[in-house]
Design a binder for this molecule. Structure first.
Ligand SMILES: [Zn+2]
Length: 335
């Protein structure tokens, strides 16, 4: 059995992959009614055992991908293996995180919590770089290939070089790092089929171009489109080179009204079907900007989606020769 479930709520993305009855969680958001990380809510709704989760991948450290990751690790009795982009294992990044540790938007405090929990529970840290196999021991089947296709060396050195920490007295804002560029693209192949999870990878020479140039494996028939189906995550070479008329899945990103109708149309032409997951932006104020002041340190803007409904698409297949079965729940549009 190969199964993939992609959750979205308009601002937030999470994925579950089941291989041989073992689950991998990729990214997380908090479901607003239960206030649980969506993966844990799904597991409790279905009566699944969270001990069957063997690993967590944080594709990159952006607010719409990381909320609730620490709770998943905390609720699990063992130390889970947690995979992060390799750039996060560098003192320059740690210094940046510690500098921002007192901010309350929760991204960096969530990161520190994750690191603390991995240590406390004797979990494994796995750092992703292109072509590295992930969670082989955890999945325990040499026939299954789960590997990172990114970031490459250039991407992660450029990312580290871009970190600058304000000196004392300078305005403190949430320094926006170019997280997307080091985002983990995950490739999963089993005897049943192959799938591609695009993270938020962007279209650049060191991004999708480099991934396509180095790709030499079986083509994928399920594709979680990167960066919410936007222009800067689209790369023509991926189609045909890595994916072959796939079932495409896009999660909505309401703050920027993504995906655009044009992009959905363009993607639909090259896909067997397209699923857009998560509720559309509401005309009322479902998005509010919260601006917090931090004394002399300036302000931090966060966005809160008050009542965004979530949805998911579940795609599964028991044997190589049968077609993919697809089921949707909640806010999902099919094209
Ligand atoms: Zn995102």
């Amino acid at each position: 059995m190969l199964e993939i479930i992609v959750f979205g709520k308009g601002y937030g993305e999470a994925i579950l992959v089941r291989v041989n009855e073992k689950w991998i969680v990729i990214d997380s958001f908090i479901e607003h009614k239960s206030m649980q990380p969506i993966a844990l809510k799904y597991f409790s709704d279905k009566g699944y055992d969270i001990e069957d989760i063997v690993g967590v991948i944080c594709s990159h450290w952006d607010t719409d991908h990381v909320k609730g990751i620490s709770e998943i690790i905390e609720q699990h009795s063992d130390g889970l293996s947690v995979c992060l982009p390799i750039a996060y294992n560098d003192t320059r990044f740690t210094e940046y995180v510690l500098f921002n540790a007192d901010e309350t938007i929760g991204i960096t405090s969530e990161f520190l919590k994750v690191l603390r929990l991995i240590k406390k529970k004797s979990g494994n840290r796995v750092y992703a770089i292109s072509d590295r196999n992930l969670f082989q021991k955890e999945i325990g089947d040499p026939e299954v290939c789960l590997k990172a296709l990114s970031p490459n060396d250039n991407q992660y050195t450029k990312f580290l070089d871009s970190i600058s920490i304000p000196t004392k007295g300078q305005r403190k804002t949430h320094i926006s790092l170019e997280e997307n560029k080091i985002s983990i693209v995950a490739y999963i192949k089993t005897c049943i089929d192959a799938i591609l999870l695009g993270g938020d990878m962007e279209n650049s020479q060191d991004g999708w171009e480099s991934i396509c140039d180095n790709f030499n494996d079986a083509k994928c028939h399920v594709f979680k489109i990167p960066h919410h189906g936007s222009q800067n995550g689209y790369n023509g070479s991926v189609w045909g080179r890595i994916v072959d008329r796939p079932i495409s899945i896009i999660t909505r990103y309401n703050p920027s009204n993504l995906p655009t109708d044009e992009m959905v149309e363009k993607i639909a032409k090259e896909s067997s079907s397209v699923y857009v997951v998560g509720s559309r932006p509401k005309k009322d104020r479902s998005t509010i900007n919260i601006v917090k002041k931090y004394g002399d340190h300036g302000t931090i803007k966060t966005m809160s989606m008050l009542d965004a409904d979530y949805g998911y698409v579940r795609i599964y297949k028991k044997t190589k020769d049968e077609p993919w079965d697809i089921e949707t729940y909640g806010a999902v549009e099919i094209h």
